[in-house]
Design a protein around this ligand. Sequence first.
Ligand SMILES: Nc1ncnc2c1ncn2[C@@H]1O[C@H](COP(=O)(O)OP(=O)(O)OP(=O)(O)O)[C@@H](O)[C@H]1O
Length: 298
Amino acid sequence: MQVGTRTLIVNPVSGTGTHAEWVRRKARAKGFAVWETEGAEHGVELAREAARDGVGELAVCGGDGTINEVLRGLAAEEHLGEVTLDVVPAGTANLLAGTLGIRDTRHGLDLTDDGEVRSVDVGVAGGEPFLVSCIAGLPADASTAASGDLKERLGTLAFVVTGVQEALEFDGLHLELEARAGAETEHWEGDAMCVLVGNARKFVEEGGQADMEDGLFDVAVVERMPAGNLAIEAVTHRILGRGTEGVAHFRADEVDIVSDGPVRFSRDGELSEHESLHLDCRRQTLDVRVGPTYEPSP
Ligand SMILES: Nc1ncnc2c1ncn2[C@@H]1O[C@H](COP(=O)(O)OP(=O)(O)OP(=O)(O)O)[C@@H](O)[C@H]1O
């Protein structure tokens, strides 16, 4: 590998913010050019620059937010299919790294030399890419409010904790949803407490890791329910069973969501508002290095 084609983008303040110096040193020793983010959205700019330079291997050291910035930068330069992405986790929750079987910062750096390369699906929502999930409703709002400590213990679904009380106060979203898988189309319309579109995560059955190579999203819509309904309890404890009343579940390669007012979505933690949103799952679009415990079909 030529020096110069390997670049590492490091967020020095993600997670506990104690990794930067060590990572810089180790990565340089492995032949990486090391670039540091200086603030919000800088990861997008750095990734665009790396793409314009024709980067072949791009490592990202930070949390899911930093990875999402880099993903957006690569997508903006149409470079997603031209690069191998190395995830070097140094965030709070590190959801993507968990799915890819990458344990920690050191493990991520070690894998840059010999980790298996897999092609994974990239979700696109309103033209912007995501790898983990795109969610709206109660969890999207609450997960941004959850403390770092909660995120660490519970992952994205930190909304879990803010839980029942917030669910009771939440007015719900009036939604029309269309989920397509090949020639099949399913419709859902009603008042939802939340809509969860997972690429690397699934929200029903046991929850947890989803198949990231099947070209399909795992979609769950939780109906707005009267106060005290047990299903609120269920969703707040992320134990959505397949048969849970009030939960619609789809697998889809395309999803359209229309609402009668602006709805706030969280794409891998990145917030944006839409009255209508088109999502599609681009099958096996991005090459990433994975750890030995990665399971393609969990
Ligand atoms: N030099 C910097 N100074 C301040 N903020 C920065 C700097 N570089 C990047 N950021 C911001 O740091 C924030 C946190 O990044 P990130 O999401 O990667 O980590 P995290 O929140 O600790 O982890 P996770 O998303 O896995 O829970 C991002 O919003 C990013 O824009």
